[in-house]
Design a protein around this ligand. Structure first.
Ligand code: FES
Length: 360
């Protein structure tokens, strides 16, 4: 008999930024209000949350501030239906429930809860985003973008990671012709897909042997998954912070004040200033939502609490206490490389740093 971890309780800890991402992903579980997020009354029962395990796990993974917590139990499911999502409401998925008697199963901590994430079914409802050689989209950013769009913001700004001409050009380039960092990104993309496949197969195999492991004292049923994650190098889980955005001449032709949104899914806008080109971090400096670029108004507007930023990222309205941040940007053989691991803050005088912009 196979086993599967299912969620019996979900709750929100302090620190919610009311970004709407969780309600967008699991609307029957989460309700985002003016100043917080609530668990809907119906979702306070294990019978309700169990079949929605995948959606809740997705919402927790996408939460930019990690305030969604949950606890799980391991349930036995029939072998054949084990590959089906419990979200389908399969009676088999709810048939024989074996709740771990160990108090460890009730530990209200993010780590064990998140360890249940790979317990998602073999056929998840939401496909993993395609990883571009230009840089992997961040799940939390994707969720925030969906939420910002759902709020009625500038929906048209949401683009797929393969929508940009520059990205398409890189995608068509064979590995042999790619620069070293782009090659690495492509390799990591492939490795990540392999890892995802291993995680799902590993889970099924681990579940099939679950009873055996349990007899050896592994009472929480997450040890197999935890062991697998321990064995997998962490580097495969980290998206490459470096993103190649293509030839500088493409962006040099932009007019001062113009904003390129091709790489919003990767977490930045490319902006043309009087001095040159910069990469603006799309995270609002108030509480972390994602503003929309309103081309007609020539400003970034945050849908969460109304902060406004000029096209160069300087804040001028709303509660945001400081300008948007810049990422490191460099020119290599006529192509632009953005490094998301290095940020520059205006209020610290860091925009004077030559790595925060390139001149054209
Ligand atoms: Fe509050 Fe942007 S997060 S204004």
């Amino acid at each position: 008999m196979a086993t599967k971890d299912v969620i019996t309780k979900v709750w929100i800890e302090e620190g919610c930024i009311v970004c709407d991402a969780c309600e967008t992903t699991a609307p029957d579980v989460f309700e985002v209000t003016e100043d917080s997020c609530l668990i809907r009354p119906a979702a306070m029962s294990a019978d309700f949350t169990k079949p929605r395990t995948d959606d809740i796990v997705d919402a927790a993974e996408e939460c930019p501030v990690d305030v969604i917590q949950f606890e799980t139990v391991s349930e036995e499911v029939a072998d054949a239906p084990a590959v089906e999502s419990p979200a389908s409401g399969s009676p088999a998925a709810e048939a024989t429930s074996e709740v771990s008697a160990s108090p460890a199963a009730d530990v209200k901590a993010a780590a064990p809860a998140k360890a249940a994430a790979p317990a998602k079914a073999a056929a998840p409802k939401v496909a993993a985003p395609k990883v571009s050689v230009a840089g992997a989209p961040d799940p939390a950013i994707q969720a925030l973008l969906r939420a910002a769009t759902a709020r009625g913001g500038a929906a048209g700004v949401l683009q797929s990671d393969e929508g940009s001409p520059a990205v398409k050009a890189w995608d068509k380039t064979s590995s042999a012709d790619l620069p070293p960092d782009a090659k690495q990104s492509k390799v990591m993309s492939s490795a990540k897909k392999v890892e995802e496949g291993l995680s799902r197969r590993g889970l099924l195999a681990g579940s099939a042997m679950g009873i055996g492991w349990l007899s050896l004292g592994a009472t929480t049923a997450i040890s197999g998954v935890a062991f697998q994650r321990f064995m997998m190098p962490n580097v495969l889980e980290e998206p490459d912070p470096k993103v190649r955005v293509g030839p500088a001449e493409v962006y040099a032709s932009m007019l001062p004040g113009e904003v390129n949104e091709d790489f919003k899914p990767q977490g930045f806008w490319l902006i043309r200033t009087d001095d040159g080109i910069s990469a603006l971090n799309i995270i609002c400096t108030h509480l972390g939502c994602i503003p929309n670029w309103l081309a007609n108004d020539r400003k970034f507007k945050c849908p969460c609490h109304g902060s406004g930023f000029y096209s160069d990222g300087i804040n001028f309205e709303g509660p945001a206490p400081r300008p948007l941040e810049r990422f490191k940007i460099v020119l290599i053989d006529g192509n632009i490389l953005v490094d998301r691991s290095k940020k520059f803050q205006y209020e610290k005088g860091e925009w004077e740093n030559p790595d925060s912009y390139i001149t054209v």
